[in-house]
Design a protein around this ligand. Structure first.
Ligand code: FDA
Length: 586
């Protein structure tokens, strides 16, 4: 078989992981090719919650505005409603997705970006369109079959489904972003921990005008507590907004041991009407599919020149909205490392850090998403669903919460607490933002690892400790007090290292210039202070940066702190070079 195509990086898959890898590599000017099995991008909405960390990545890659244009704004996401049906009694609501006034303030302090709801069938076209505008090539109808690697590269066999031809592509690196049934991961022989198929679920996508039931309590998720809602699925029956307030997706579980039900239009309409609670509502079915809840994460994501990311490495339910977010974050973590190695700016050991940095996150998010399903249990317990199998008794138990009895008082309190506890699924800002990398691509500054002062799952922990995300602050630049407003992230990233310092830290600037000259690796040095590169708008930077004014923060191309120094050093050039060489494996 002849090699038809040669490329530096071959990406398998055009989902959130593959699309964002293509967009990042195209932005960095790295030669690459995407092959994807179908002749189209995803058809159904699938992922939707796009968290702040992902929005930071999309901001750096220059598509934040396009995503916001297509998204349902956060203002319409804030109520998570628990009800008997959409038309029936509401049992409770919680503020979600950082919409509680206190959480909203935390989110604003943590990042220049905002969470939003962007269905996957809107996100993927933005990623792929912008990637191709910047130089990506995508070959549709092309299926990855297998690969073999040698010292210099990887030879990949693919099948063109339009011609039925099989041919080879030669690449320097292969990225398997081929989803939850990843053939690339399977062919690499990666080990996994956990189980596939721990619950059964179905999606029903439909059109119906539900404005009168929901517009006064805007949310993306309406949780329906009906008999049967505690079986399989994602913990409870769900009516999810796709486009306000006329396009919807129902998630309804089934007993995995009994096998999936046969879904027909009639069946789907019945399920939808039951959950809405209106037997006459007009419903137009768009699609339906069955899927399984998984609880599985990879123990390694790299085999020499082959990497996997996204659902290929973490397979879990959509609870907490972590899937496509983590998939895009995997790709962004790897893209700059591949770029620097391919440009000869870094050694191969930089690539090892992808495994060290992303595998712990795979485990963390798979565990969290599955735990969130279990945490619906106390709600069902409180409404008396777990003490009986009889649907009528279940309904009677739930109604008993309205009575004026000591038991009903206790029931109301138990229900209130159980609903509030769901903040670990719907308002877990720390889960989204607190990734702390420990790898060779992070150089220690000798200080002890800080301990978060609040629950690290719920609250973002701001620190400039090496391995953490660079802390957010607002800076100004230009005439009249600064016509340009820039976040810390806007000063950093853009595919290169950045060194942040202040007045007195000029030694660091010289060190960055010396390192760039000697190694060919550019470091953008930014001095904060009056009449310097930027000024601190609100006088908050000294409280945030955790180093002295003449200290420095070395920020990696992905916005994570690679190293820091408390104050300027006499041997700044050697210190900075030592940190950079460690990070880059030079
Ligand atoms: P994904 O499966 O999206 O893409 C794989 C790609 O590889 C596809 O283009 C496929 O065609 C291609 N491919 C597969 N095999 C191939 C082969 N052999 N050759 C060539 N191409 C191949 N996540 C989230 O972050 N927030 C959320 O709110 C939700 N909500 C949500 C709701 C529901 C109902 C579901 C089912 C899922 C979610 N998710 C989610 C999860 C999210 O959809 C999922 O995590 C991402 O799609 C994973 O992205 P990947 O790119 O890794 O795989």
């Amino acid at each position: 078989m002849t090699i038809r195509i040669e490329t530096d990086v071959l990406i398998i898959g055009s989902g959130p992981a593959g699309g964002s890898m293509a967009l990042a590599l195209a932005t960095y000017g790295i030669d690459h090719l995407v092959v994807t099995r179908f002749g189209r991008l995803v058809r159904t909405p699938r992922a939707h919650i796009t968290n702040q960390r992902t929005m930071e990545i999309l901001r750096d890659l220059g598509v934040e505005d396009q995503v916001i244009d297509d998204a349902t704004p956060k203002e319409w996401m804030g109520n998570n409603v628990f009800c008997e049906t959409l038309a029936g009694d509401e049992l409770g609501r919680i503020y979600s997705w950082q919409m509680h006034p206190l959480s909203e303030a935390e989110a604003k302090l943590a990042s220049p970006t905002r969470i939003n709801d962007t269905p996957q069938n809107y996100m993927e076209p933005i990623l792929i369109h912008n990637a191709t505008q910047r130089g990506s090539t995508v070959r549709y109808n092309t299926e990855y079959l297998n690969h073999k690697q040698d010292y210099n590269g990887v030879t990949v066999t693919v099948k063109d489904h339009l011609t039925n031809e099989t041919y080879e592509i030669r690449c320097k690196y292969l990225y398997g972003a081929d989803g939850g049934n990843s053939k690339v991961a399977e062919n690499c022989g990666f080990e996994f921990d956990g189980e596939m198929g721990v619950g059964g679920s179905m999606n029903i996508v439909f059109d119906a005008d539900l404005s009168k039931y929901v517009a006064h309590r805007p949310s993306v998720l309406y949780w329906v507590m009906q008999p049967g809602a505690d079986i399989g699925g994602i913990g409870m029956g769900l009516v999810r907004m796709i486009r306000p307030w006329h396009k919807w997706l129902i998630v309804w579980g089934y007993d995995i041991n009994a096998g999936p039900p046969e879904i027909t239009d009639e069946y789907a309409i019945d399920v939808a009407r039951e959950l809405i609670g209106d037997p006459n509502i007009e419903i137009k079915i768009d699609s339906y599919s069955v899927w399984t809840v998984n609880n599985l994460y990879g123990l390694q994501n790299r085999d020499r020149r082959v990497f996997c990311g996204g659902d290929a490495m973490h397979r879990h339910p959509p609870s907490n909205g972590l899937g496509s977010n983590t998939s895009m974050q995997d790709s962004y973590n790897l893209a700059w490392k591949l770029a620097m190695v391919l440009r000869g700016q870094a050694g191969e050991t930089l690539l090892e850090s992808y495994n060290a940095e992303r595998i712990p996150i795979a485990k963390q998010i798979v565990t969290r998403a599955n735990q969130s399903i279990a945490e619906f249990g106390p709600i069902f317990d409180a409404i008396g669903f777990l003490s009986t199998e009889d649907p009528n008794e279940k309904k009677a138990n739930m109604a008993r919460r309205k009575e004026n009895t000591p038991e009903a008082t206790a029931q109301r309190e138990a229900l209130r607490q159980a609903i509030l506890f769901k903040k670990y699924e719907f308002n877990a800002h720390g889960v989204d933002m607190n990734h702390l990398y420990e790898s060779t691509a992070v150089a220690s500054d000798g200080t002890p690892k800080p301990v978060p002062d609040r629950d690290p799952e719920l609250h973002y922990f701001r620190t400039s400790y090496p391995g953490a995300k660079v802390p957010h602050n607002w800076f100004r630049r230009g005439p009249y007090g600064g016509t340009e407003i820039l976040a810390t992230l806007d000063l950093c990233c853009q595919g290169r290292f950045t060194l942040l310092t202040g007045i007195g830290g000029e030694g660091w600037v010289e060190a960055a210039q010396a390192y760039a000259k000697e190694s060919g690796v550019p470091i953008a040095a930014v001095v904060v202070g009056p009449d310097r590169d930027v000024e601190d708008i609100y006088q908050e930077w000294p409280d945030i940066r955790e180093v002295d004014e003449d200290g420095c923060l070395l920020v990696r191309p992905d916005g994570y702190i690679g190293w820091r120094s408390q104050s300027v050093a006499d041997n700044a050039t050697e210190e900075l070079a030592s940190a950079m060489n460690q990070i880059l494996g030079r």
